[in-house]
Design a protein around this ligand. Structure first.
Ligand code: HXC
Length: 529
């Protein structure tokens, strides 16, 4: 046999290159056969665990027939019947728009990452950067391939760096559809959105075995790093999917609100005016301490009532997500009175800060709906770093260059008023509903501080309750209303609740060319971490 002869596992497929008459059809048939065998094996292994294969996931996510695979046989020896690396990469379309995608293939060496897989993933992100299109990563992997040692570790480092280079240039979405363990978790952690499924989806820096060995703690995969933990407690994940189909469907939906890159204009859709009129004001009770679901307000003012929440179950005292207003994609941030009275805390501040920062990176206008009694008081919050972590939200709004439209629905007190997209932080157009309470402190707290002496005297005279009520009423009359803010230019107007949607829409239209870039002397600011 000559050196140029490639002997395939099936003798009948032997190809003689020396004659330079390559039997293309037979070779392609062989390639296809290898692919089919690999997929069959993958289906057997994955379906037994209730999971799709990498290729099934790609096919479900992308528009039918749109996938162009890149480097299918990289990392393997076709002649020896090896099917390639443990990751499937390529380009395709979602709702007619280009995306780049990589999906780890658990059926090949546990989806682990070695040299070939690292090269393929980095090449995919590079291709996405070149084409200025979103990149989607589907994780299902045992992490760094132990046999490749430091080579595998180095590849993770390169993926981290590439992901950071792509951050803010193209949207990056990660789906965790299997294990994602060890330092490998930082690959999705550096992307914009993480989607996990209720079952089969785990993320942890150290797995249950290591935890048991080092600390003695006995913990399950789910309790350590399951989707519930990361959606409800840690805030690592942005969406809790029922199953893989739901995860893939959410990814398609999410992308409809995002531009393909930071230079592209924000998505704009034809909007057909609906003949539905919701009394927005009636959703919000007059009494400021009575809770209501702010999602009902959002649904009432956005196109078709469609609102896609991000991190729905984490820091539920604030709501963030995407919607369209008269066809224009916007990011919405709103205090949520049904959870912790809508107070701001460490988690809410970070959740909203990251969201505003994402919107700013991709030129998506931010609409802020304010109904906030203040920061949550107490030692727990102070010790958790409310100063450091709360500062992130100020930073995000203050450095944002996208249109910022803010509406105060019912109340905005103290520092929380300033933080929530106020005029002084850079809010472009700021409105309030009639009767909105805007002040440094609520009447009870303020009166007991500024009228301490009168109240002490009243206490001695036995009419403290009466005096307190009178002073509170006077304080509310003079200080707790939006009219002072209008006069000072902190508000651009008082609007009727039922004009909220039209006012926001007109404001966004008026601000559409806004795209200021901060040109201070610094190389970059030092965002609070
Ligand atoms: C090499 C691995 C592997 C690994 C799994 N496999 N993990 N091979 N390196 N890290 C192989 C298995 O040997 C097996 O091969 C196949 O993949 C499937 O694995 P199973 O264990 O049979 O599957 P399952 O029971 O579903 O368990 C999946 C798992 C478990 C939970 C992921 O495999 C596991 O705990 N693996 C190790 C996880 C880990 O600690 N990784 C290193 C993390 S550190 P065969 O031939 O039998 O099919 C890391 C550093 C990143 O990633 C650094 C960044 C800075």
């Amino acid at each position: 046999m000559s050196d140029s002869m490639i002997t395939l596992t099936d003798e009948s497929l032997t190809i003689d290159h020396s004659s330079r008459e390559v039997d293309r059809e037979r070779f392609i048939a062989y390639q296809n056969e290898l692919s089919a065998q690999a997929e069959e094996k993958a289906q057997q292994r994955q379906h037994a665990k209730g999971k799709m294969t990498a290729r099934e996931r790609i096919d479900t996510l992308l528009d039918p027939g749109s996938f162009t695979e890149i480097g299918q046989f990289v990392g393997g020896n076709v002649a020896e019947g090896f099917k390639g690396a443990a990751v499937v990469c390529g380009l395709g379309q979602i709702n007619g728009r280009q995306v780049a995608i990589y999906a780890q293939d658990f059926s090949v060496q546990g989806g682990t990452l070695g040299e070939a897989e690292g090269d393929k993933i980095i090449a995919t992100i590079d291709k996405a950067l070149l084409l200025r299109i979103p990149v989607i990563g589907i994780m299902d992997s045992g992490g760094a391939r132990i046999q490749e040692g430091v080579v595998a570790l180095g590849q993770y480092g390169r993926i981290f760096k590439k992901t950071c280079q792509a951050s803010g240039v193209i949207p990056q979405i990660s789906l965790i559809l299997g294990p994602c363990a060890g330092g490998a978790v930082y690959s999705p952690a550096l992307t914009d959105f993480i989607i996990m499924t209720k079952d089969n989806s785990h993320m942890f820096v150290t797995g249950p075995d290591v935890v048991r060995a080092t600390t003695g703690e006995d913990v399950s995969f789910a309790d350590l790093g399951g989707a519930q933990v990361h959606n409800f407690q840690s805030g690592v994940a942005h969406y809790l999917a029922e199953d893989e189909d739901d995860a893939l469907d959410y990814t398609r939906t999410l992308l409809t609100y995002l531009p393909s890159n930071s230079d592209e204009p924000v998505p704009f859709y034809d909007y057909i005016e609906e003949d539905v009129h919701i009394d927005v004001g009636a959703i919000v009770p007059d009494e400021t301490k009575v809770p209501y679901d702010v999602v009902d307000v959002i649904s009432a003012i956005v196109d078709y009532g469609e609102f896609v929440q991000i991190q729905e179950f984490f820091a539920r005292n604030i709501v963030v997500g995407f919607a369209c207003i008269e066809g224009r994609s916007v990011g919405i941030v709103a205090n949520q009175p049904i959870h912790d009275a809508g107070t701001l805390d460490v988690d809410a501040s970070e959740k909203a800060a990251r969201f505003v920062q994402f919107c700013d990176a991709f030129k998506i206008p931010v609409v802020t709906l304010v109904d906030v009694p203040g920061y949550r008081p107490g030692t727990q919050q102070e010790q958790a770093g409310i100063i450091r972590r709360g500062a992130k939200l100020i930073w995000a709004y203050a450095t944002a260059s996208v249109p910022l439209v803010t509406v105060i629905l019912r109340k905005a007190y103290g520092g929380a008023y300033i933080v929530m997209g106020s005029k002084s932080l850079g809010g472009d157009l700021v409105y309030a509903w009639p009767g909105a309470e805007i002040a440094v402190l609520g009447a009870d707290g303020a009166v007991s501080i500024i009228h301490r002496r009168e109240l002490a005297k009243a206490l001695e005279e036995g009419n403290e309750a009466e005096v307190h009520a009178e002073l509170s009423a006077a304080y509310t009359r003079n200080n707790v209303n939006p009219y002072l803010s209008v006069a000072r230019g902190e508000l651009d107007g008082i609007i009727s609740p039922n004009d909220t949607r039209a006012t926001i829409s007109a404001s966004l239209e008026a601000l559409q060319t806004k795209n200021t870039i901060y040109t201070g002397p610094a190389r970059h600011g030092n965002m609070p971490m």
